[in-house]
Design a binder for this molecule. Structure first.
Ligand code: ARG
Length: 266
């Protein structure tokens, strides 16, 4: 099995320096307790609003509770927006549309359990990472598939344009990969016996297996990944501001407590 390298991102010294300078020249009329200097310097698609693009069918990172989108990413985005003195607005769309929405100024950032990859970095910036993920393989409980090698020649379901899609296509061939718009649609096809396996991130995998009878997760970690917010290459100020907010939210334990709230120890 091919080894997939984890993409390690580090906050560049340049960004840190820019941020510090920003703080130094912070305008003193700003009294909001949580607001940082970033507030005075970032421009967003809609003034005063941080618009987040996501695909809200990815529990526990983003999912619907009634008509509200909740989950890890929604809470982290809210915390970032609070730090920047902005109101948060969440736009739900196909996962495949998120990067384009951010590139074309329909949203300020994508937060969608999105993995940092070399390929995506060609077109979009990523913030510092805030969580890790693992690509998991789900099969039916009574399936004879036990290992990654057993997937050869089987029908594998994935969510369109996700890393699961990219890796499965690379490793098992496009002919063996069925793409679905939502992870849940792939799971449905699996339960109906239309496909043999689903490759998807581990936390949604646990959630789907929990809410659907007769499924199990292979005892193997297909690929390890890091999640980050994607932000347009044209908005470096927002990237710096989001990284600054993330650093503070990591330091004060907010990110960890949000993760702990939604991710139950196995
Ligand atoms: N981590 C994977 C990727 O970046 C899947 C993310 C899917 N996220 C979602 N909200 N549907 O490709």
């Amino acid at each position: 099995m091919k080894f997939k390298k984890l993409l390690a991102l580090s906050l560049s010294a340049v960004m840190a320096a820019t941020l510090l300078c920003g703080c130094g020249s912070s305008n003193s009329t700003d009294t909001a307790e949580d607001a940082t200097a970033a507030e005075a310097t970032v421009s967003t698609v809609n003034d005063g609003v941080l618009t987040m693009a996501t695909n809200a069918y990815f529990p526990p990172y983003e999912y619907y509770e009634g008509s509200d989108i909740v989950g890890i990413d929604a809470e982290i985005a809210q915390a970032i927006a609070d730090k920047l003195g902005l109101e948060l607005k969440i736009e739900d769309m196909e996962f495949d549309s998120i990067i384009t929405a951010v590139q074309t100024g329909k949203a300020d950032m994508g937060l969608a359990g999105m993995t940092v990859t070399e390929e995506r970095l060609q077109t979009i910036n990523f913030s510092d990472t805030y969580a890790t993920g693992i690509q998991s393989v789900i099969v039916k409980e009574d399936s004879d598939i036990q290992t990654l090698d057993d997937l050869q020649g089987k029908k594998i379901g994935v969510q369109l344009s996700t890393t699961g899609d990219i890796y499965a296509t690379d490793d098992y061939g496009a002919d063996n990969v069925e793409q679905y718009n939502k992870g849940a649609d792939a799971i449905l096809a699996l339960t109906q016996g239309k496909i043999d396996a689903v490759i998807i991130d581990n936390q949604p995998a646990l959630s789907f297996v929990d809410s659907n009878e007769g499924l199990r997760i292979l005892d193997t970690e297909y690929v390890q990944e890091e999640y980050a917010a994607c932000i347009s290459k044209d908005n470096e100020a927002l990237l710096d501001a989001v990284n600054g907010a993330l650093a503070e939210l990591k330091a004060d334990g907010t990110i960890q407590s949000i993760l702990d709230k939604y991710i139950v120890a196995e």
